[in-house]
Design a binder for this molecule. Structure first.
Ligand SMILES: Cc1cc2nc3c(=O)[nH]c(=O)nc-3n(C[C@H](O)[C@H](O)[C@H](O)COP(=O)(O)OP(=O)(O)OC[C@H]3O[C@@H](n4cnc5c(N)ncnc54)[C@H](O)[C@@H]3O)c2cc1C
Length: 418
């Protein structure tokens, strides 16, 4: 078993770390206060190739593997969760879904501009009345000639007002005996007539990011924009979540690391009872737990990334990584605030932001309760994963790095030169 990261992995890690620490860390508190996403973030992530990190050169990507995607997410969330959320929805939930299920024509029209960051993508699954219970969503897509007519509302959609494209799951067959079989997935251009959207204000966390709603009123979506077959929407959505959850797990690992670093720094600076507080065993215990959870969370997400590279089904392992890392990051952030005492309760220090941001991730992409049900289901033999019609392509450097047109070579050189 080889635990070493490759030279390429280390390069990705360093490039993303430098971007996040140098360009975003200095302004993130203000963005969080004003509840505004910094205007340069998406553009810079696109320019650096981060939005296309794990896609083949022939689709405009960087030709890196799925572990690189995880490492990038860890670095991004070590600075702010909102940066990693961009990766979760744009890359994990949308672009990788098209990569896995899309036709070549759909890859040409949707994937390539997304990978290059020319178009931003989001994922519309949750609704006002359906989150965990996805199969009961009520958004409909009625077939009419060579298109579908979409009606309904999607809620809690990250990047709703920033995105150009959305992967939307809607009900195409209300009569299906099993409601899971009545859903289909669509690639929707959000400038289509009948689409309206807005931001949700007053969120506990991810305030420097964008979360909103999207409503569809008689929106015509060409049949050519249906992703996969009719009735495959639930399977597609779940496979997108396998990829989104991976990015959440890796990001939450970065958040634990940020809590650990902030806590160690503070514990060696702050004095009480004539000693730095790091000398107190109860403070040491909190720090020891952060070390433990960081290392375990990291191994769990790297294993999931390795399985993706190998083309192994990883729903179970990814769910475990996501559940563990997000619960642990919330715990680490809570203890980081405790270590900071009253100062941790103000935004003079970043740890209160970490705590608010960490809470979101134990809710989205499967609540902790849903992941517990999944893990118990696997252990008890109630749940198993069958073969999908389209699996996520395993990482193959010969394929990922092939067809190096001069344009895609320029894209790849971005990572090297930054
Ligand atoms: C910041 C943020 C960003 C988001 N971004 C997106 C996005 O980009 N796209 C998208 O589609 N969605 C997004 N979501 C929505 C998110 O995926 C849902 O909130 C999540 O799936 C939970 O659904 P819900 O909020 O409807 O809660 P519910 O499903 O109503 O659950 C409420 C409570 O009941 C529990 N519960 C539900 N069913 C069971 C059960 N069977 N057993 C035990 N307990 C159960 C839940 O665990 C939870 O504690 C986002 C949410 C947030 C907060």
């Amino acid at each position: 078993m080889d635990f070493a990261l490759s030279t390429e992995h280390l390069m990705v890690q360093q490039m993303v770390r430098e971007f996040a620490q140098r360009e975003v860390a200095p302004i993130i508190r203000e963005c969080d206060r004003t509840q505004q996403m910094a205007s340069f973030v998406l553009e810079r992530m696109a320019a650096l190739g981060i939005l296309g990190i794990c896609f083949p050169l022939k689709y405009g990507g960087q030709g890196m593997d799925y572990i690189s995607l995880g490492l990038a997410c860890e670095e991004l969330e070590a600075v702010d969760t909102t940066l990693r959320v961009v990766m979760s929805v744009h890359v994990g939930l949308n672009s990788l879904g098209i990569f896995q299920w899309g036709s070549e024509e759909q890859k040409e029209r949707f994937l390539i501009p997304q990978v290059k960051g020319e178009k931003i993508a989001c994922f519309g699954l949750s609704e006002p009345g359906a989150g965990s219970d996805v199969a009961n969503l009520s958004c409909t897509a009625r077939k009419d000639g060579d298109s579908y007519v979409l009606n309904g509302e999607k809620m809690w959609i990250s990047l709703a007002t920033k995105a150009h494209h959305a992967l939307v799951v809607a009900r195409t067959n209300p009569e299906a005996q099993d409601p899971h079989d009545g859903l289909s997935a669509f690639l929707v251009e959000l400038n289509s007539p009948g689409v309206s959207r807005g931001d949700i204000h007053g969120k506990l966390g991810v305030r420097a990011g964008s979360t909103g709603w999207i409503a569809f009123q008689d929106v015509r979506v060409p049949e050519a924009n249906r992703l996969g077959e009719e009735g495959e929407g639930f399977k597609i959505a779940m496979s997108c979540l396998d990829n989104g959850r991976y990015t959440v797990a890796a990001g939450a690992t970065g958040l634990i690391r940020a809590c650990l670093e902030a806590s160690v720094k503070y514990a060696t600076e702050r004095k009480a009872f004539g000693r730095e507080i790091g000398k107190f065993q109860l403070i040491q215990q909190k720090i020891a737990y952060m070390v433990q959870s960081y290392e375990a969370a990291r191994l769990l997400y790297l294993r999931a990334g390795w399985m993706k590279n190998k083309g192994l089904r990883n729903t179970k392992e990814t769910s475990l990584a996501k559940w563990f890392a997000t619960d642990a990051s919330f715990q680490a952030a809570s203890e980081a605030v405790q270590i900071h005492g009253a100062y941790g309760y103000s935004d003079e220090y970043p740890v209160e932001r970490y705590l608010r941001n960490a809470k979101g991730a134990v809710i989205y992409e499967g609540t902790s309760e849903i992941h517990q049900l999944m893990q118990a289901g696997y252990a008890l033999g109630y749940r198993q994963d069958g073969q999908l019609r389209c699996e996520l392509p395993p990482y193959d450097p010969d394929v990922w790095l092939a067809e190096t047109t001069s344009e895609s070579k320029n894209q790849k050189d971005k990572v090297k030169s930054t």
